[in-house]
Ligand binder design. Structure first.
Ligand SMILES: NC(=O)c1ccc[n+]([C@@H]2O[C@H](COP(=O)([O-])OP(=O)(O)OC[C@H]3O[C@@H](n4cnc5c(N)ncnc54)[C@H](OP(=O)(O)O)[C@@H]3O)[C@@H](O)[C@H]2O)c1
Length: 335
């Protein structure tokens, strides 16, 4: 698989990564597929998708434990990215950016991941009660201590308050400017997909100009862009899509032209004998947004991890890219 470099520390990863979240969090059925999840991580590594993206809050904790079982056997082949700063409570999720907590959480992640170093340690969300420089300073000390190789920052979520008139990622860029004064940012993780291209407006150029890597979260539009979901199919209450404004029957139907467009492009590439899927077209589009961009499609299924890794070999033509640019904007938003 093509390799890409992340950040000033020039960390090398496969061009397509693996989002491990659906194995333990956010999607229904997550908890019943332990063995297949393990095979999924192996399948990704077998194909050169080295970047494994997890977080202590996924599960909570069980996702890191799962990744740790693979790392125990294949540490040298993997690049592990995990996150700190969000705690799962009985009723809701809270941020904790206190320096002492961050250091304890890192030690706990290292134990669960069965490794002595985390390749990329990301701040999941800044704690509104703690200046972000203090949290970042504690994370920088973890680099000095050799427990972490590089630092990353996750974008402020789409549901978080946006100042009127501001672009979606303006708040994240303000945070990035602050933490850069303390210690270099190696990577930013934010949603980027054919139906959620907002990061192209400010965040992606910010990263490119500073040599910061970009991890594309939710590159498959939570599964919608793969064309395998049917409008109105419904989601279990523990599935994030049960409350997502784009996953009502009405919005899924309204957004079908986007899937139809991806299918058309996939069919054109398949005409030569290759078996190209809409999911691969969606990932190839994210890859085409810059050499500093690494999509991290999430899955708990071995066959889909293999399919997604295969997108690294797909090159979209100028005609394909123009067609994607001409697709209608997605309907349904958190605003
Ligand atoms: N930093 C952050 O705040 C943040 C936020 C969200 C996500 N992330 C990261 O980004 C990663 C990706 O996001 P995501 O997993 O939510 O969304 P995604 O990658 O856009 O989509 C995941 C969904 O697509 C399905 N899928 C995957 N490959 C498929 C294929 N080839 N064909 C058909 N369906 C396929 C998966 O099904 P199965 O589950 O059944 O496999 C899952 O339901 C996460 O795993 C996580 O690591 C980070």
């Amino acid at each position: 698989m093509e390799r890409r470099t992340i950040g000033a520390a020039a960390l090398e990863v496969g061009a397509v990564g693996l989002g491990c979240m659906p194995m333990s969090w956010a999607y229904s059925g997550s908890r019943q597929r332990g063995d297949e999840s393990l095979r999924t991580v192996h399948a990704a590594l077998d194909r050169g998708a080295t970047l494994l993206d997890t977080a202590d809050m996924y599960g909570p904790f069980t996702n890191e434990l799962l990744v740790g079982r693979v790392l125990k056997e294949r540490r040298s082949e993997a690049f592990v990215s995990t996150k700190v700063g969000l705690l799962v409570g009985e009723q809701h999720i809270v941020a904790n950016g206190r320096p002492g907590y961050v250091k304890r959480a890192c030690d706990a992640s290292l134990r669960r991941l069965q490794t002595d170093v985390i390749d990329l340690y990301q701040l999941h969300r800044a704690d509104p009660e703690v200046p972000v420089e203090e949290t970042w300073g504690a994370m920088a000390e973890l680099v000095s201590a050799g427990k972490v190789r590089a630092l990353g920052l996750c974008a402020v979520g789409a549901r978080s308050g946006r100042r009127s008139g501001a672009r979606l990622h303006d708040g994240t860029i303000r945070q990035l400017e602050r933490v850069q004064q303390v210690f270099p940012v190696s990577a930013v993780e934010a949603e980027l997909s054919v139906w959620s291209p907002e990061a192209l407006e400010g965040l992606l150029p910010w990263c490119e100009a500073r040599g910061v890597g970009f991890l594309g979260a939710m590159p498959l539009g939570n599964g919608f862009l793969t064309g395998t979901l049917t409008p109105g199919e419904g989601f279990e209450p523990d599935d994030v899509r049960a409350r997502h404004p784009r996953f009502t029957a009405e919005m899924m139907a309204a957004n079908q032209p986007i899937v139809v467009g991806l299918r058309r492009i996939a069919a054109r590439h398949s005409a030569g004998g290759a078996d190209v899927t809409p999911a691969q077209v969606a990932l190839a589009w994210v890859l085409s947004r810059g050499r500093h961009v690494v999509p991290v499609p999430g899955t708990k299924r071995e066959c889909w991890a293999a399919e997604n890794a295969g997108a690294a070999g797909l090159r979209l033509t100028a005609e394909d890219l123009a067609e994607v640019a001409g697709l209608p904007s997605a309907q349904g938003s958190w605003d």
